[in-house]
Design a protein around this ligand. Sequence first.
Ligand SMILES: [Zn+2]
Length: 177
Amino acid sequence: MNVVALETVRTFLVPAKVADTTDDALSEAGRDGAERFVLWTGNVQDDTFTVRTAYVPAQTAHRLSDGICVTVDGDELHRLNRWLYENHQILGVQVHSHPTYAYHSDTDDAYPIATQRGALSIVVPDFGAAGIRGRGVATYRLGHTGWQRVGRWGTRRLVQHVGAHPEPIREATDGSR
Ligand SMILES: [Zn+2]
């Protein structure tokens, strides 16, 4: 694994299939009033990270006096690292949902799953109701001084959804009408 690779990435390409799988996972947890983590794994080539898999780790949702959170235990992180190694992929992006607003909480700063500099952390509001491509999604990047928020326009350049709107099936036209 090339440790510096993620830092040089300027574009994260997200296939619609990955975005859709992520949306399904977030909204499924949301129906139970729980947050959920989804990990985007893939490969770096030149300055582009291509997301290949939406990896949903085994996780536990907690209800605390001051809110809710979700944790992934050490055994699962070990399984994840093994899976990454065997599939020749790296973890580039962590995605998780929040009950209301999307922002990086102190807990999010302190206990990220993606720990390699250059990685992204995307927080989706409202239990993912509007999806990863919806409004209010907050994007952060791990830099020298910790997680830094990426602005809206910066995010548009950085996170590019590909094939997000599949071609509608056109009705056959024979020109006889
Ligand atoms: Zn959070």
